[in-house]
Design a binder for this molecule. Sequence first.
Ligand SMILES: O=C(O)C[C@H](O)C(=O)O
Length: 507
Amino acid sequence: MTLIKQEDFISSIHQALQYIACYHSPDFLAALHHAWQHEESDAAKDAIGQILINSYLCAQGQRPLCQDTGIVVSFIKVGMDVRWDSSLSLQELVDEGVRRAYGDLNNPLRASIVSDPAGGRINTRDNTPSVVHVELVPGNQVDINISAKGGGSENKAKLAMLEPSDSIVDWVLETVPTMGAGWCPPGVLGIGIGGTAEKAVLLAKQSLFAPIDIQALKARGPSNKAEGLRLDLYEKVNRLGIGAQGLGGLTTVLDVKILDTATHATSLPVAMIPNCAATRHVHFTLDGSGPAVLPVPKLEDWPQIALDASTPSRKVNLDILKKQDIASWQPGEKLLLSGKLLTGRDAAHKRIVDLIAQGKPMPDGLDFTNRFIYYVGPVNAVRDEAIGPAGPTTATRMDRFTDVMLSKTDLLGMIGKAERGDDTINLIKQHQSAYLIAIGGAAYLISQAIKSARIVAFPDLGMEAIYEFVVEDMPVTVAVDSKGHSVHSTGPAEWRAKIANIPVIVE
Ligand SMILES: O=C(O)C[C@H](O)C(=O)O
């Protein structure tokens, strides 16, 4: 009989969450580096390069890879011969570990969880509750797979109840383009097949815990149908040309994982869940001998990346920027922004738009006139930082507010990540505005350009408050120019056509 002590369990969860917040796993790093080495699209290569540099900086500085430090999801197998030295439930034990990890003063993580999701959406401030799945199994150990899942990638989860003779490959190839770039490709697709609706979704999520091994599988060849399907999907999804950050390129997925189980004769449930560029998960077991000890990675194991600086970026002074300056920006052009930015994301936009609809004034000190807004919910600062990791959130969610923001607040433009909808692109054109992107998954790197930060409005919203940032040479790319050209349309179209003529190389 194994006895698991409460403190060992809680501190293992705490340490595991801190660990995955700062370190990419070696398999993910190797796959990303492989993608970077083989990428031929300049924009995609630059994006992957920024994610790799960010990864190194986070490992070195012990800071989160992404400002979205995720919702905690654990799959826990409890051996039937295990006893617990605790009066707490397993959910309470995990949540106490989450609370300690997210409130860790050395490296606080962002609290992103809101209660009352269909109503008040109040931030719980400690990132609890987490999602806990438990299985009782023979044995005397506790086996834990834990992840911190980013909201942008989780939002793109899909479930289809296909008919038995439908093609899973066709469904995946039709569905991946509808997911846009908000899931921060390149990442991993987890696919669950069979069972019932909820079982397929669980399998998809669990499949993402397996290490990335597609290059080894390519080299040795498939030994069963599921492996054959993985290879087929890996090649075909990458041939869609979506590329890193949806900018068009050779690598959209680093691997495709599949788990399957038996299903009803009438059914073919299929679920697909992507993991983003900040893929975070770790596995450990507890056997009663103490807390988990995770291997500290060596900084020498990170690839040394130099970004291509052959095309100089245009320097932009945000403090004197006018509409006529924006008119000369080209789609895909790289800019270095300096000056003042306002931030704001989902909850703040909702409040602003509601205030305007009610004819009420903006909060004191908040004025969007001739400003750019950066869609971001940053991590709190530690030590001498102006702000913690502060990468972009998915701009597409802000589309519904853009008409009011551009027509009623004199906002000049927006910064985020991923594509904008057609209506929003038309609004950008109509207002001679622009939409810029920063790289999702490069949050700590981006935060180095933020020299000061202060809250301007809605402090009760936590990370969703409106800040004013003063930035210096913040790297961004013009994603929609003032004439309505979108690189998220042109990039993938260009690379899909190019890939059609590039032979598949099996190394
Ligand atoms: O919440 C965030 O900061 C980002 C979110 O995960 C997103 O990708 O949209």
